[in-house]
Design a protein around this ligand. Sequence first.
Ligand code: ADP
Length: 464
Amino acid sequence: MEGYVVEMAATGREALALLDQKCFDIALIDYQLPDVDGLTLLSTMRSRKLPTMTCMITAYANIDTAIAATRQGIDFFLPKPFSPDDLLGVMETLSRHKRLKEEAEKLRRENEASLLALATEKSQTSSLVSSLRDAVLVINREREVVLANHAMAELLGHVQKDLLRKSVDAVLAEASLAGLADLLPASGDDHRKISELTVGDKIFFASAVTFRGEDGVALGRILTLADVTEMRRMAMEKPRFIRTMVHEFRSPLGAIRSLIEVALDKSLGGEIGPYLPFLERADRRIDKMVELIGDLLSLSRIDLERTATASVENTDLQTCVASIADLYREKIVAQQIAFETALAPGLAVRIADEDLRTILGNLLGNAIKYSRDAGAVKVNASRKDSDITIEVVDAGIGIKPENLARLFEEFFREKRPETRDIEGNGLGLAIVKRLVERACGRVEVASVLGQGSTFRVVLPASPV
Ligand code: ADP
């Protein structure tokens, strides 16, 4: 009559069978059942984690039964005798409890899901910010640091977590970054501010923006610093490179023109014979210019391919060294150079064959070129873990210590009496460096002036 659907079980076993078949909202359990007692039934129900609310009915209402039933997780205790109204009151209470319990469970699940989403979002944001190469600093309305990534902490000379909640004004004053303080004025200037700053030997592009809540109220400011030192350096490099390149073309062209002019002016008479040495010299200079164009093209090709996935090859070092040495055999003999190799057997380098030939060709060519007559040149190679180290050692004129750092720049040549008569365009080592770095290796040089130089290339070994 009250709208409940009621099913009855005469024994504990029957009750369990019913509970197996259906999901009940409320179970009213007699304390004494023909087979098992009510407490055992309750404990079985609890172990099955049923959502059913339970009420124990007993005539033997005493405190011990109540405690035992409560321990088994009973929701209500109804002593006999009771009136139908008492029973209905219990039913209503239990129904209400069940609804509340279900709602609480639903809320708990929703809460858990949104907490999880929040935590994921938070950790995504923080890993995103910390992985940025740019330095990022976020301050709140009270001008306290609420976020600083690793790059920013490093720049400000702090441990990342020590910056949190610190006053940004104190932090910037400490780091003596006055330029940055100008970007974060204390007054309500909320325009986007950008400027270029020099900090130590670095140049930064700095930007500060105000961020706002949904209601448009300013919540704080975000400051980002991008390191543009390298970009600036490259921008300055370009005109210098072009100027040098123009010079490298203009001076041989001028020389060729004067050589040709001798013939055009017929200053040595009408016969071709006397002019031949001049034309041969012009021809040699043209050869050098063609070589220069070839080197410039190599440089730009390497730069262009830098981004493309250069196909990786496995190149046998011994074969490569032998064929390069063959190319220089004549010069080695002419200069009476003692040439030696000491290569560990079976070395294979993870680099394109052509690239390794260019690298070794340039280094060996230089070693011979900058050796004095009757010098000595040696190529060593060995493997350590996954690295192969190749050394080209000469006992030549050596390099001034102050020039070692500039050796791999385009067009750099040492100007010394010893190098005056040695031909070259200063591009060989620049090409070597780019090829080595493209193959994920490195190149180093050590030299003692007047005693000789060692160029060391470390390249990845091919997987066995
Ligand atoms: P270059 O065509 O002038 O040889 P490189 O780029 O190969 O150009 O070398 C740049 C400069 O480095 C050379 O001009 C020379 O001054 C110096 N250099 C290179 N290799 C050696 C070496 N083995 N011994 C002495 N100086 C060297």
